[in-house]
Design a protein around this ligand. Structure first.
Ligand SMILES: [Zn+2]
Length: 280
């Protein structure tokens, strides 16, 4: 049986215009490959099939909730090796832990200020409203780097150091000139999470991670406007396809899809990418 006409119809419906896609949230853990470079190559291969041209990537091939300085160094070395192999397609964010402030600042200096990375990634070691994050955010801002903070609201209760969107709004109000990306925007409870960012124009809601529920992208757009919403997949933990479906299947116009899928993130990263000689 020949399925090609139907596939062509579907493609036309999902990609009705030439579309550039940047993914703001990917990882190396869970991919096949003996080295970080091989893993990233595999990720980019899969991304290409869905038209995703560029990805932000962070954390190494092993994850810890509360990494030691040595574990941070290893994770960041792995990501650095990988992104240096694909400098125009993959952009590294340095993984830091506010429980090890000096080590974290050194990692930012090594990989962002003096290296190729363009952002800072914070996960679940300490809730981000804590003042321990202030020097980390200040240094990231000095380097023109964005700060991507995991945010979730677990119905069963967050981990002790896990930030909610409200924690991030609190941090963002203390640093009005810094730029923050709210990874997951509160996770499965995005109806609550997105509302936390209504009054913080320096926070961008990133859509990765939760199931592709209808209405997520529309609500983000309605509350924050089309310029404060960013596509992210969390691949390979989530598939590119389901996460893209949140945006491609949303009831928003094509111009808004363009902003969410590439232009908003491109605008945030353009200053630091230009400084590092990466064509945008
Ligand atoms: Zn993730």
């Amino acid at each position: 049986m020949d399925f090609s006409p139907r596939l062509a119809d579907i493609k036309q419906r999902l990609f009705p215009f030439p579309l550039e896609i940047w993914d703001g949230h990917t990882h190396l853990l869970g991919l096949p490959g003996k080295t970080p470079e091989e893993r990233l190559e595999r990720l980019l291969e899969c991304a290409s099939r869905l038209g995703i041209g560029r990805v932000c990537v962070f954390m190494g091939t092993k994850w810890q909730f509360d990494p030691t300085p040595e574990e941070l160094r290893e994770a960041n070395e792995e990501v650095r090796r990988a992104v240096e192999r694909f400098p125009t397609r993959a952009f590294g964010f340095v993984y830091v832990n506010p429980n090890h402030q000096v080590a974290s600042l050194n990692e930012i200096r090594r990989h962002v200020r003096d290296g190729p990375m363009v952002g800072v990634k914070l996960w679940v070691a300490r809730r981000c409203c804590d003042s321990a994050l202030d020097p980390i955010v200040a240094l990231a801002h000095d380097c023109d780097a964005v700060v991507l903070q995991h945010t979730w609201i677990k119905t069963t209760g967050n981990l002790p150091g896990e930030s909610t969107p409200h924690d991030l709004a609190c941090l963002a109000r203390r640093h009005p000139d810094a730029v923050f990306i709210a990874a997951h925007s509160g996770g499965g409870n995005w109806e609550i999470g997105l509302r936390a960012f209504c009054e913080t124009p320096n926070v961008y809601a990133e859509l990765s991670g939760s199931d592709p529920t209808s209405g997520f992208t529309e609500m983000a757009m309605r509350l924050l406007g089309p310029r404060r919403v960013i596509f992210g997949s969390d691949a390979p933990g989530r598939s590119f396809a389901t996460q893209l479906g949140k945006v491609l299947g949303a009831s928003v116009d094509d111009d808004t899809k363009r902003l969410i899928l590439a232009d908003n993130l491109k605008k945030l990263l353009a200053p630091i990418l230009k400084k590092k000689g990466v064509p945008v």
